[in-house]
Structure formats: structure tokens, C-alpha cells
Design a protein around this ligand. Sequence first.
Ligand SMILES: NC(=O)c1ccc[n+]([C@@H]2O[C@H](COP(=O)([O-])OP(=O)(O)OC[C@H]3O[C@@H](n4cnc5c(N)ncnc54)[C@H](O)[C@@H]3O)[C@@H](O)[C@H]2O)c1
Length: 270
Amino acid sequence: MGKLEGKVAVVSGAARGQGRSHAATLAREGADVVIFDLCDTLSTALTPGATESDLRETAAIVESYDRRCLAATVDARDLAGLQAFADQAMTEFGRIDLLAVNHGMWTVAANSWELDEAAWQESLDVLLTGAWKVTKAFIPKILQGGRGGSIVLTSSINGLRPQPSGVAYSASKAGVLNLMKVLAWELGEFDVRVNAVCPGGVDTQMVTGGGTLEKALSLRGDYHNTVRNRLKIELMPPQAISDAVLWLLSSDARYVTGVELPVDAGWLTF
Ligand SMILES: NC(=O)c1ccc[n+]([C@@H]2O[C@H](COP(=O)([O-])OP(=O)(O)OC[C@H]3O[C@@H](n4cnc5c(N)ncnc54)[C@H](O)[C@@H]3O)[C@@H](O)[C@H]2O)c1
């Protein structure tokens, strides 16, 4: 029997990358899964966005585990769209227990004062305000069940240690950690746990797609060439993060709340 049998889980940014891996892992463990993604390219992200065909592929992977999947194109910045989708998920499944707020983007500029205003604003809107809006839309549905629940927000090692050249990303991901802490306190009395996972470098389009890493290196090689994992791996597979998300969402972590968990191959050891 899977660890999440009978549960319904929501994953944002699930068309590809870590989100797809999370959806597949939660389905493998017995959850029905509600997934959404922007399925479009953001104007200031370094990497082209996921597509509707990517999202359909994630849904097919969930269904290959004999689990039900509700999938839609929804923008994490669109509160009304999120709330309508949360209503639809309740109509479809009758409950929501678990939430993984995973969607994201990355942008860089050599120095903070050289970043375009549009890039700053889009990053904050997607990464921080978007994370809050997803929790605002889905937490009432978790509470409606009265059975408790578990939420994981994806921050980054850059939420704990900022990245030179990545000011909007670092500021947003640090904000996500405080969003998590506030929610963990507020939701404790309802037996809803809230934690954050802080990945190091993961092998997804965000890093490897569209010459992203090359751009970061060309702008700030003096920083990006110096950071190293302590363990012998350059970029971790998405499954490494999904395993941590599964642990935090499952009852294996039933007394863990308010935690910032690095999964970083030892990046933060020095
Ligand atoms: N890849 C890494 O090295 C790394 C490291 C630390 C943290 N992270 C974080 O992990 C999370 C997952 O990223 P990934 O590595 O899978 O990258 P990815 O680019 O493959 O996936 C991000 C997904 O989020 C979606 N998305 C973007 N904006 C959205 C919006 N407004 N609404 C809905 N969906 C939206 C994208 O379409 C894409 O499918 C992100 O929060 C990211 O910041 C990534």
C-alpha cells in the first residue's frame, strides 16, 4: 500500500521538471493528483516555458499509476483562476489533502541595479505572490475537510543563501520561507503541516534549457564558477527533490512543520 492512499494532492508548475516528478511520485504512492501550469513563456524568464502538451504528458504519467488526474492551464498569478480551479477540483474529487507549491522561473542580471524593472516584478509576481495566491486558493479546501493536511513550498538554497546576479530570485525565495513559517504557525491548530524544500542545482529546463546556465556564467562567472556541490554530482535528478517532498507530505513527517529542508548535495556545507 502506498504512503498517500486515499489522498488528493495538488501540484503547481507540473507540466515538466520537478513538478512532473512530484506528480508522478505522489501518484505512485496512491494519491489522485490535481495539476496545473502556466503552459506559456514568461517574458523575462531565461528559459522557454512548458507547453500544454507537456502538461498532458504529466497527466498521462499520473494515470499510468492507475490514479485520477485533473489537469488545467492556470497561471499562479491569477487568483480568480486558481479559485475556480480549486472549486473544480473539489467537485471532481470531493477533498484536497496535500499541496506542493512548485512553479517557478529564473532570471539574472550581472548586478542587482542592472536588472530590468519588468524582470524584478515578474519574478516577485510568479515566485512569491504566486506562491501566496496558490496557498490562498487551496488552503480553504484543505480546511473544509477537517482532516488536517500537509503543504510543501519549493524555495531554494538561494532562499537560505542568496545568489549574486539573482537578486529577484533570491529575494522571492527568501520570502517563500517566511510565507511557509507564518502558514506553519497559523495552520498548526488545524493539524495542517507546512514545510519548505530548498533544492540545490537540479537537472531541469530551468537550468539546462535555452542556454540558461551559459548566460548566468557569462554574466557572473566569478560567482557561478566558484559554487560546488560537496557530494559528487553536478545537477541532481528531479526525483531527489520529489523524495523529500513525498516525505514531508506523508505521515512519515507527521511531527515536522515549519522546516526549511535543503536538498543540495552539500552545497551549503561551506
Ligand atoms: N532547477 C533548479 O536547479 C532549482 C533549484 C532550486 C529551486 N528550484 C525551484 O524548483 C521549482 C521547480 O522548477 P524546475 O527546476 O522544475 O524548473 P522548470 O522550469 O522545469 O519548471 C517550472 C515550471 O513552472 C511553470 N510555471 C512558471 N510560471 C508559472 C505560473 N505563473 N503559473 C503556473 N506555472 C508556472 C513552468 O511552466 C514550468 O513548467 C521552482 O520553484 C524553482 O525555482 C529549481
